[in-house]
Design a protein around this ligand. Structure first.
Ligand SMILES: Nc1ncnc2c1ncn2[C@@H]1O[C@H](COP(=O)(O)OP(=O)(O)OP(=O)(O)O)[C@@H](O)[C@H]1O
Ligand SMILES: [Mg+2]
Length: 608
């Protein structure tokens, strides 16, 4: 390839532009040009950035409910009287209308004038009293409907006002290159008429809902589902734990509920019933003395193969956790849990609960899908993730508990079966009984292993360095009822094994004499005939005493005196039993191992 001359290789590199010298370096003074900032400097599209398409249909409804609820706070504060706290929503699909009504303080002329403002909120001065603070929620319907009609009258004011916002006309010119006051001129109308001074209410009507994009606003079922889980409605009065949770939350900031109806039907927060979940417990997300949030959490009560809570979603039941700020949710359930730091995140569906943020500096973002970033909220999110891990790993504990209790129960019922067999054993049926007992004990090996491992975790030394999962397992296994079940089962296993070993002669396999068994029958496997002091030791005894209880065989006690099997003999017997269980006693592999093992042992200087 021919090489280009240097200056043709890169036209940009060859073009050198000199910057003017810094103004400070030239000693000429600056002349001041007067300027003012006016509404003409704010272009119409700013409104688009603030409100257009920012909200989902559900979020639009939420903004107006939020205002209704704030008006109750205002009423309470102004009058000192406990208000009605009711919010009525009316959805009329036929006419495409949605109404949101409250009996809060209402608005006088000044209030209405201010209500139409953009990003001006009287609530900003009292962040502890109100949910709103941005002064833009009223604009959330801009994309959702053709017009908003707000009718209001304030307690003590003998006038009623009507504010009409012509959203459709505003939308039509939203991207015109005009100042915002030109855009809005004539599109916002305020009217007045006389009213009873004592009357107080506000009714917002969203008219002609834009069906293509915001049709969901007219879907009563969908809005009900949303309101149930995201707005501050009461707990279902028919739910088993309503009283307990109300009691637990009653002194906690921002947990108040409001009676809300949709087309006359009350809407409640619904959760799975008492057959699905255990009684809720309360905790805090805190750092030192600083409490960020209060939480109630209920754990699955399921004990089957799948322990995730079966929520009846058609009835509005949910699982996982809602993050609530001022009792309105922020984002979806399990918000902030999808993160590499959160362990066992899938198992959050074994829990249901709510997280109530009580730190006033933790604020939601405009559409309430996440938390506004700050150092403080970043720290809270970290702690929140730790809470999720801590909770989700409890599922390990619950699994361990369920398995341990099930193993104890299975073991105990099998042991009862064995006891019954032993009780009816005599000379005539001893061989059959022995076979059955051996079979039952073999069937019990899995349970014995679970019990042994669980008991080991119960007695393990805590160092403080354990993982959350290990800690959860130990905590659950150390519950009194679990411990009792495990110890009872383990004790009974030991007792039974002792009973078998002390009354061994009765159940000695025919191989002991080597005579009763017809030649054509295959000889009993080594797994069953390891000997100890010349007497056969059943593998089950060996495994049982070693695995579950340590060597508990007490020679000389009860029936025939016998020496305990050496550890080596027990180990060989156990090895054969395990081999038999894995490859089968009849298999070629078993036969070959049987042939080779003595030589392998001898090579290591072990004579058996
Ligand atoms: N239902 C209502 N009852 C009484 N006043 C209301 C009602 N709805 C709106 N207002 C008044 O209108 C103002 C503007 O409402 P808007 O929702 O836009 O802002 P905000 O609630 O102050 O803040 P945010 O944008 O965070 O919701 C409110 O501050 C309030 O004074
Ligand atoms: Mg608002």
């Amino acid at each position: 390839m021919p090489r280009l001359p240097r200056n043709e290789m890169s036209p940009r590199a060859s073009r050198k532009v000199a910057w003017p010298a810094l103004a400070e370096q030239i000693s000429i003074s600056w002349e001041n040009i007067p300027t003012e900032y006016s509404i003409k400097d704010i272009g119409a599209p700013l409104l688009a950035s603030l409100a257009e398409g920012l909200y989902t249909p559900e979020e639009v409804l939420r903004e107006y409910v939020q205002n209704a609820i704030d008006s109750y706070a205002d009423f309470r504060r102004t009058t000192g009287v406990e208000p009605a706290n009711t919010v009525q929503i009316l959805i009329v699909p036929r006419t495409g209308e949605v109404h949101i009504m409250d009996r809060g303080l209402g608005m006088d002329r000044d209030d209405v004038e201010r209500a139409k403002a953009i990003a001006v909120s009287p609530k900003l001065q009292r962040p502890h009293d109100f949910i709103g603070f941005r002064g833009i929620g009223i604009w959330s319907g801009l994309s959702a409907c053709d017009s908003l009609v707000l009718e209001t009258t304030k307690r003590g004011v003998a006038s009623r006002f009507r504010l009409t916002m012509d959203f459709k006309s505003i939308r039509d010119r939203l991207y015109d290159p005009i100042p915002i006051d030109d855009l809005l001129r004539g599109k916002i109308v305020i009217e007045a008429q006389p009213a009873e001074a004592e009357e107080h209410y506000t009714r917002v009507q969203l008219r002609n809902v834009e069906r293509a994009r915001y049709g969901a606003l007219l879907d009563v079922g969908r809005m009900t589902r949303y309101v149930e889980q995201n707005l501050p409605v009461p707990l279902d009065p028919g739910w088993a734990y309503t009283q307990r949770i109300e009691e637990g939350l009653k002194d906690i900031l921002w947990t108040a509920a409001y009676d809300l109806t949709i087309n006359g039907e009350p809407v409640y927060r619904r959760f799975p019933g008492a057959t699905e979940i255990k009684e809720p417990t309360f905790e805090v997300i805190a750092e030192g003395d600083q409490v960020f949030a209060h939480v109630w959490a209920a754990e699955t009560a399921r004990t089957g193969a799948s322990k995730r809570i079966e929520a009846d979603t058609a009835q509005g039941e949910v699982t996982n956790f809602a993050l609530r700020i001022k009792n309105f949710t922020v984002g979806d359930r399990g918000n902030y849990s999808r993160h590499p730091d959160v362990l066992d995140v899938e198992n959050l569906s074994w829990f249901v609960g709510e997280i109530y943020v009580v730190d006033p500096d933790i604020k939601p973002d405009t559409n309430r899908r996440s938390i506004q970033r700050s150092f403080r909220s970043d720290r809270f999110i970290e702690l929140l993730r730790h809470f999720y891990s801590n909770t989700a790993t409890r599922s390990r504990g619950w699994s361990a508990e369920v398995n341990a209790v099930a193993a104890s129960n299975t073991a105990q019922s099998t042991l009862r079966e064995i006891e019954a067999l032993l009780d009816q054993a005599d000379e005539a049926n001893s061989e059959t009984v022995h076979r059955q007992v051996a079979e039952l004990l073999r069937g019990l090996e899995r349970e014995r292993e679970i019990i042994r491992a669980a008991l080991e975790k119960i007695t393990a030394q805590d160092t403080g360095d354990e993982s959350l999962r290990v800690r959860a397992e130990r905590r659950y296994l150390r519950k009194a009822r679990v411990k009792v079940a495990l110890e009872a089962a383990s004790g009974q296993i030991v007792a039974l094994l002792n009973r078998i070993s002390t009354s061994w002669p009765q159940f000695a396999t025919p191989t002991e004499e080597g005579t009763q068994r017809p030649k054509k029958q295959r000889r009993s496997s080594r797994a069953r005939t390891a000997t100890s002091g010349g007497r056969p030791v059943s593998t089950e005894t060996a495994l049982g005493t070693q695995a579950v209880a340590g060597d508990q065989s007490r020679p000389g006690e009860g029936g025939a005196a016998r020496a305990p099997a050496s550890i080596l003999e027990l180990a060989i017997a156990a090895f054969y039993a395990a081999l038999a269980a894995v490859v089968g006693e009849e298999s070629e592999a078993y036969r070959q191992v049987e042939e080779r093992l003595p030589a392998e042992l001898r090579r290591r200087g072990i004579e058996v």
